[in-house]
Write a protein that binds this ligand. Structure first.
Ligand code: 5GP
Ligand code: MN
Length: 340
């Protein structure tokens, strides 16, 4: 855990006292917390007359496109605006990195530029084992979400009066998604008090849940149906897993974001405390893996030790460069050792 000390808070207040060029960056393959925290901070700092761009590593999935600021404030790095995105990063006086703590989480393309910069970095993040690139580090795995950390960060900087309706909507969104709609263990009384404050600021909480979860199309349910058909249970290891091959994804026309949340179904089975979701990504010659657990089984360690990944104790991700079949074989072999 690294929190900002008094001196750092004073320095940051001074840095933000005059208009600056600011870039705010989430991790690659953004989720609700990544977009909510970066755009939430954008809406707050904008009122201090800074010139701010949220530079998103790759495309933003449809289910998050409604978040306030998505259209006017974001620039996607991996795409036709790459030149402008690079320029924005190089010219920034200050770069905030939110919801991740190592440059490689932005993907190889953006990482290659970030590595060369001498800019002052501010990290706000709730994952384990932060890298050392940032001068200002607010890193704490006890937080439910990076959005909750942004809420505390702006209190510390005494600029919380700038949490307007747009900012509050963004912060609520990331808190809701990263806490599994207020059910994961980091959902404390304090978190509910923060959420209450955001609702008191006018956030339309019911509508946000509709936007996030009741806004899918028929095809998304067909994809879910296929995934559930592929679901396997290994009761001896209290484990379940789902696979989606590239062929299956092509047949169902799977787009970015379509498989979001599917991994959680593996944990809804009685006595299952660990689940994994393997998605074949032919374009990158790899298998993307999501891990989830309930209780003490540490999927962050599991992903770090065996699948080139990481994350949190109960939610992590990783990748494999073997075939889908070989990846599953390897997974089951490891289970026999780790989940005896
Ligand atoms: P998801 O399964 O939703 O992609 O990711 C779950 C959690 O694990 C998220 O908090 C995400 O930031 C983290 N995560 C996903 N993939 C990776 C990875 O390759 N490396 C690391 N360090 N964390 C990951
Ligand atoms: Mn997060």
């Amino acid at each position: 855990m690294t929190h900002l000390n008094e001196t750092q808070i004073t320095e940051l207040k001074q840095l933000l006292a005059n208009p600056k060029k600011i870039a705010i960056i989430p991790h690659r393959n953004v989720d609700g917390d990544a977009m909510g925290s970066t755009l939430g901070l954008y809406h707050i700092l904008k009122q201090l007359n800074h010139n701010i761009t949220v530079v998103v590593p790759n495309e933003i999935p449809d289910y998050l496109q409604w978040i306030p600021g998505t259209k006017e404030a974001t620039l996607v790095y991996e795409g036709s605006n790459v030149g402008q995105a690079i320029k924005t990063l190089i010219e920034a006086d200050l770069i905030f990195t939110l919801d991740f703590n190592a440059f490689h989480r932005t993907g190889e393309q953006m990482e290659s530029v970030l590595k060369t910069l001498e800019t002052t970095f501010v990290m706000i993040d709730h994952h384990e084992k932060p890298d050392g690139y940032a001068k200002y580090i607010f890193s704490d795995i006890e937080y439910s979400s990076t959005c909750q950390m942004v809420y505390d960060f702006v209190q510390q900087l005494e600029i919380s009066q700038y949490i307007n309706l747009d900012a509050a909507t963004c912060l609520y969104t990331g808190i809701a998604t990263d806490s599994g709609s207020f059910r994961f263990p980091r959902t404390t009384g304090n978190l509910h008090r923060i959420v209450a404050d955001l609702i008191d600021k006018g956030v339309n909480n019911s509508q946000i849940h509709v936007n996030l979860y009741d806004n899918g199309d028929y095809n998304r349910l067909q994809i879910l149906g296929k995934a559930l058909t592929n679901l396997k249970v290994l009761p001896e290891y209290k484990t379940s897993y789902i696979t989606l091959s590239q062929e299956e994804q092509n047949a169902l026309n799977v787009k970015k974001g379509d498989t979001e949340g599917i991994v959680n179904y593996g944990l809804t089975i009685k006595d299952i405390d660990f689940t994994a979701f393997f998605t074949e990504v032919k374009e990158e010659n790899m298998i993307k893996i999501s891990f989830r657990s309930q209780g003490n089984f540490d999927v962050n360690q599991f992903a770090r030790n065996h699948f080139n990944g990481g994350g949190h104790k109960n939610a992590a991700g990783g990748k494999s460069f073997d075939s889908l079949e070989d990846t599953i074989t390897k997974f089951i072999t490891i289970l026999a050792i780790e989940k005896k």
